[in-house]
Design a protein around this ligand. Sequence first.
Ligand SMILES: Cc1cc2nc3c(=O)[nH]c(=O)nc-3n(C[C@H](O)[C@H](O)[C@H](O)COP(=O)(O)O)c2cc1C
Length: 209
Amino acid sequence: MTDIIKALEWRYATKKFDPTKKIPEVEVEELLEVARLAPSSYGLQPWTFVLVKNPAIRQKLRLSSWNQAQVTDASHFLVLCARTDADPQFVTKYIKSIADTRKTPLESLKGFEEMLNGSVSTRTSEQLVDWNKRQVYIALGMLLEAAALKGIDTCPMEGFDPKQYDDILGLKEYNVTATVLLALGYRGDDPAAKNAKVRFAKNDVVIEK
Ligand SMILES: Cc1cc2nc3c(=O)[nH]c(=O)nc-3n(C[C@H](O)[C@H](O)[C@H](O)COP(=O)(O)O)c2cc1C
């Protein structure tokens, strides 16, 4: 078995974290870098990753997450958010960042900017947020795999009230909305760790034509 498959077999959605075990900051920084490097449609990166450090805030968030213990007990807790404002202004910011990074004149990017604005403006704001949320899940997938390769346990979580999260974290101010959560740390004495992994067989999920 390759290291990747071994890590993916090892990982599971951790229900019970050991609250005394902390992920070294250097590892957390690397995982944040994994998220930052995730690909997105047109490269727009319509996301923000909120690392919630304050224990009192995590306690509040737990109550808005069906009281799931992972929110407070995991070493680190990340709220992955989608932008609500991927509008022409945001597109311009992105185009400028391409020009700066690649030392390209802004004028040479005009066509791409117009195309992006076309793609953004044909969507309703609801469709736009929905599109952005799909990009956020790419970062989530990469984080899950990277953490597993490092021997770090995770629990991805959708069981929460996004509206309450947005309020508690003041996310409106940043033009983002809570999309999916990721608790990270080390498993405690968790009965769920012993459960066999349930997946459909390859023939059920892969079609070769
Ligand atoms: C998008 C998403 C949302 C999830 N939400 C929760 C959640 O709120 N609470 C939880 O305990 N597990 C949650 N899970 C974990 C899944 O139940 C779990 O990944 C699935 O049963 C497969 O098991 P495994 O990850 O242990 O292999 C979520 C998983 C994903 C990918």
